[in-house]
Ligand binder design. Structure first.
Ligand code: ZN
Length: 461
């Protein structure tokens, strides 16, 4: 929904909150002085940020089923343990049986849509650095590719199907390959949500989107993000442009050990810097959540992950991609990395709510043009340096562009300025005092992740 405010100074502004429009601006010294815009520093933000609603996506969200997700997770738990180094030969127990079941389930979804998904075992030989013997193992992810019209851009969302009893005590608990490790929440919940996206996308979008979607079920997470690291590196090595690398990890618990309950909000973690790709993706997720799934509050957390913890978005973030992690609002540490991570403690209505948010984000990102990451800004000389000239290269498939503005202290954008099909814009603001960004708009109304101008210096750790 977009509110077009007519007569708003010389800007065609789509105003999202109660910010005063700039009066008709005149270059410095060329007439009466204009009053600079005062940014509101986060008060009364409209989180939808000018995002449009797509009825096809809303219809697909309704197909996401808590019952189907429960059945998937119950199957994962039935394999006893899904430890990355557990038995691979048994047909009933261990990670080999688990991944063959995941592969066959995804293959069935693909058969039902005439082969719209490409199912793959994504293998890599990796060294388990955390193990005292540093063994080399074959790590096996299972991937479902939904090819888009542009096969060079990929939107990745994953969950890790491996489990552990890492917290069971003893230095070698992490490498206990025979103990029961149900992993119903960590990360049967995220794995089941991602598999549900495959089922629903195959039915609702068998011809795919603009960008390619990769639904990734990772192994080796508990041993040091082995599967996601291998996939992120493979995608970069193979020349793909990664639109986003997201993970669902621990998304099914709603009761904390102190009795607090929360089934209506989800945390979205994103790594620094505050103007980098991951944070910009988090802002878009925030806006898409408000647009498509307002019953689930997105709680953005502006840090890479929980304190001392890691996840499968981090390898993408490290490579400079946009990466975020979806995680339940309240964790129960007596049920993580332990035999007590049981199916009966997972709330599947809650998992389904998060899966709907995931689906809205993935479908929107894959429907949008690429980010105008060529955007640059320079001071406008004619205004005595009070205005800025923004410019960017045309983005294939873009119908138009929008300039976004926020106070440096505001968590997300406060103004959206429709600049039409132009690839340059005179911003009548002092960019020293704000963050500006440019995003591409498709003819279907979908918006890309925003690119901050001037671009930040990105320093990964
Ligand atoms: Zn996990």
């Amino acid at each position: 929904m977009r509110l077009r405010i007519a007569g708003c100074g010389s800007l065609t502004a789509v105003l999202l909150i109660g910010i005063a429009c700039a009066p008709a601006a005149t270059p410095s010294g060329a007439g009466r002085a204009s009053t600079p815009v005062r940014f509101s520093a986060g008060s009364a933000l409209d989180l939808r940020m000018g995002l449009a609603h797509d009825a096809r996506i809303t219809a697909a969200l309704a197909q996401i089923s808590a019952d189907t997700i429960r059945v998937t997770d119950s199957m994962l738990v039935s394999f006893g343990t899904r430890h990355t180094m557990s038995d691979t030969l048994s047909v009933t127990r261990g990670i080999g049986a688990a991944r063959r079941w995941v592969h066959s389930t995804l293959s069935r979804y693909s058969r039902d849509c005439g082969g719209c998904l490409r199912i793959e075992y994504d293998t890599a030989t990796v060294v388990v650095e955390r193990h005292p013997d540093k063994p080399a193992i074959m790590n096996v992810n299972v991937l479902a590719w939904l090819p888009g019209r542009d096969t060079s851009r990929v939107v990745v969302i994953g969950g890790h199907y491996d489990s552990c009893v890492c917290a069971a005590g003893g230095a070698m608990a992490r490498f206990d390959t025979s103990a029961n490790a149900p992993g119903a929440d960590d990360d049967g919940s995220g794995t089941s949500a991602v598999i549900e996206l495959a089922r629903v996308f195959a039915r609702a979008f068998p011809r795919g989107f603009d960008a390619t979607v990769v639904l990734a079920l990772y192994s080796g997470e508990e041993l040091g993000l082995l599967g996601s690291t291998a996939l992120a590196q493979r995608l970069h090595r193979s020349g793909y442009r990664v639109v986003a690398g997201m993970t669902d990890d621990i998304i099914g618990n709603v009761v904390a050990d102190d009795g607090r309950v929360d089934s209506t909000s989800v945390r979205v973690f994103s790594g620094d810097p505050d103007n980098g790709p991951s944070r910009e993706l988090a802002r878009l997720v925030w806006g898409l959540g408000a647009t498509y799934t307002p019953e689930l509050e997105v709680v953005p957390v502006f840090r890479l992950d929980r304190v001392g913890r890691g996840g499968d978005h981090a390898p993408f973030w490290r490579l400079g991609d946009a990466g975020v992690r979806f995680t339940e609002r309240l964790e129960n540490y007596k049920r993580q990395h332990l035999p007590t991570d049981r199916l009966e403690d997972v709330n599947f209505g809650y998992v389904a709510r998060i899966a709907r948010l995931n689906a809205a984000v993935v479908a929107s990102l894959a429907s949008a043009p690429a980010t105008p990451d060529s955007a640059r800004a320079r001071r406008d000389a004619a205004s005595g340096g009070q205005y800025w000239r923004l410019a960017w290269k045309p983005v294939p498939g873009a119908h138009g562009y929008e300039v976004l503005l926020r106070a440096t202290t505001s968590p997300t954008y406060e103004r959206v300025i429709d600049v039409g099909a132009d690839t340059t814009y005179l911003l009548r603001e002092q960019l020293d005092d704000a963050w500006g960004a440019v995003r591409a708009v498709g003819s279907n109304g979908h918006r890309s992740i925003a690119a901050v101008v001037p671009p930040p210096t990105f320093v990964a750790r």
